[in-house]
Design a protein around this ligand. Structure first.
Ligand code: GDP
Ligand code: MG
Length: 324
């Protein structure tokens, strides 16, 4: 049955971060679930990248993966001027940084290019953070994808920790503010309570052991992208103005559910969320929280292989939409 826990363990320093030494990393493996379209890209044969077997499908994965960082950005010029140089400083071995602009009305695009020469800047094709990430994911050329917010809340010094978990055998390294060693200077009490409730709902529905469902700092092997089956970037916007399923802030939940349903090795990595530097969140606590709840119901039905739920979602006129 999808979602049933087969094995849960806490990994000590063997797979922990080179930067943190003994940070525990939680592992949950679910029963494998057939996922149509799941496939792994062959690892390019490059001399400097020795291969090791992958735990999910048996395909080789590199010991020293090329890391692609995908940064969704909506009106984040002031933040990107700080965040992108810090990213390069803290993780100089980065393979590529892909900033996906959501039609910003500030200087986001110019600021990204100035702050990080060589950055790839893409425009999202519809609206919503989920669509921005899907556009970025589709353009990734590295072995590992790191999801990285533009607002200064993600600490680039933690990338090592995520990559270490993946190289140590995880398919997915999921950031958690609520594991020992994690924390948040950004989350409000209301959002913390909502996240805890949604997290519990996820765990009951999918047999997972997650502690932080709605967190945007995560990493995974790029060869898993096909199984995610996200709304394709080239799909036109829906005529009724509603978002495609997965285009909005429910994206983290969609990813978590699909990873869990696929029976992957998901390890939580303690992460400290820093405060947003400039500006305000685009997330609307109640509307987006409700959308996440609906996502859990829809994804559970999808995972069970029942008749696909066709969620009818009212247009969410987020600040993102208003701005674009
Ligand atoms: N491209 C794009 N980025 C978005 C959109 N909505 C949010 N983001 C980005 O997603 C990241 C997280 O959004 P934020 O508003 O900080 O939400 P929070 O972290 O949940 O409070 C930030 O980098 C935002 O700029 C969107 O519609 N399009
Ligand atoms: Mg934020």
């Amino acid at each position: 049955m999808p979602g049933e826990i087969r094995q849960t363990r806490t990994i000590g320093d063997a797979t922990a971060s080179p930067t943190t030494g003994s940070e525990p990393v939680r592992t949950t493996r679910h029963d494998p679930h057939p996922t149509s379209g799941a496939s792994r890209r062959p690892s390019p044969a490059e001399g400097h990248r020795a291969s090791r077997p992958a735990s999910a499908t048996g395909s080789p994965r590199p010991q020293r993966p090329r890391v692609s960082v995908v940064v969704p950005a909506l009106n984040e010029a002031d933040n990107l001027r700080v965040v992108l140089p810090e990213l390069r400083r803290e993780y100089p071995q980065i393979h590529e940084v892909i900033v996906v602009d959501g039609g910003s009305v500030d200087d986001t695009v110019a600021a990204a290019r100035e702050a990080l020469p060589g950055v790839r800047v893409l425009s999202q094709t519809r609206r919503g953070k989920g669509n921005a990430l899907a556009v970025g994911f589709a353009a990734v050329t590295g072995d590992v994808v790191v999801m990285f917010d533009a607002d200064g809340s993600a600490d680039p010094a933690e990338i090592d920790r995520f990559v270490a978990a993946l190289v140590g055998g995880a398919d997915v390294a999921k950031g958690s503010r609520f594991r020992a060693g994690g924390g948040s200077d950004d989350i409000t009490p209301l959002r913390r309570a909502g996240n805890a409730f949604l997290n519990g709902t996820m765990n009951r529905g999918f047999g997972t052991d997650h502690t932080d469902l709605c967190y945007g700092y995560n990493a995974f092997w790029a060869d898993l992208l096909p199984l995610l089956d996200l709304p394709r970037p080239e799909l036109p916007p829906r005529p009724d103005g509603a978002m495609h399923w997965g285009d909005g802030f429910e994206i983290e939940t969609v990813l978590a559910c699909r990873f869990a349903a696929a029976g992957l090795d998901i390890r939580e990595v303690p992460s400290v969320e820093r405060p947003r530097i400039h500006g305000e969140t685009n997330l609307r606590t109640f509307a987006d929280g409700f959308r996440v709840l609906r996502t859990l119901a829809a994804e559970r039905r999808r995972a069970r292989g029942s008749v696909a739920l066709r969620p009818r979602i009212r247009p969410t006129r987020s600040r993102s939409a208003a701005a674009s």
